[in-house]
Design a protein around this ligand. Structure first.
Ligand SMILES: Cc1cc2nc3c(=O)[nH]c(=O)nc-3n(C[C@H](O)[C@H](O)[C@H](O)COP(=O)(O)O)c2cc1C
Length: 161
């Protein structure tokens, strides 16, 4: 299978954009941009995320056993680009606070979902982490969208609450 073509085909699935945060043993925050996030079960409350085995914070998921999913707003494209860039200090100069379970919650996210890792499953070059939700909040309704490798926003008239 042609991997370039496979990537192009998969890019036709429109998603929101999240920054998933976790921490190391010392409590230092880590995070990465991710769209492989799924709401899985309401009872019990479960989500799943898929983490590339080569990312810098990979071992933190095993060590801390906690993570938070920060769903980005349409104004947070720069944040998405930053947390998708390897080798930079991702948290410098951005606004965030530590949650009750210790992970970073990013200011301006439209929702935050704090989880305890309950299982990790092998998924090829990724690990699928099952998270039990311990706290979930929403505070906005203008999401950042990712489609065909580019960022998009919802048109204004689609917003009805
Ligand atoms: C829109 C978008 C979605 C992404 N989704 C994921 C994902 O679901 N899982 C993942 O492991 N990496 C994903 N990535 C790639 C990581 O964000 C990227 O490899 C990041 O630099 C890893 O952080 P590191 O510097 O800690 O290695 C995505 C990148 C973008 C731009």
């Amino acid at each position: 299978m042609d991997l370039q073509e496979l990537r192009r085909v998969m890019g036709h699935f429109a998603t929101g954009v999240t920054v998933i945060t976790t921490m190391d043993k010392a409590g230092t925050p880590f995070g990465l941009t991710a769209n492989a996030f799924t709401s899985l079960s309401l009872n019990p409350p479960l989500v799943l995320i898929c983490i590339d085995k080569t990312v810098q914070c990979y071992s933190c998921f095993e060590e801390s056993k906690v993570f938070a999913v920060n769903v980005l707003s349409e104004d947070q494209e720069e944040l998405s680009r930053r947390f998708a860039t390897k080798g930079i200090e991702k948290f410098s100069g951005i606004k965030w606070h530590r949650s009750e379970v210790g992970v970073a919650l990013l200011d301006g996210a439209i929702s935050t979902i704090e989880c305890k890792v309950v299982h990790g499953y092998d998924g090829g070059d990724h690990t699928i982490y099952l998270g039990e939700i311990v706290r979930a909040r929403c505070s906005g309704d203008r999401p950042l969208i990712f489609f065909k490798g580019q960022y998009h926003r919802l048109p204004q008239h689609n917003l009805r609450s």
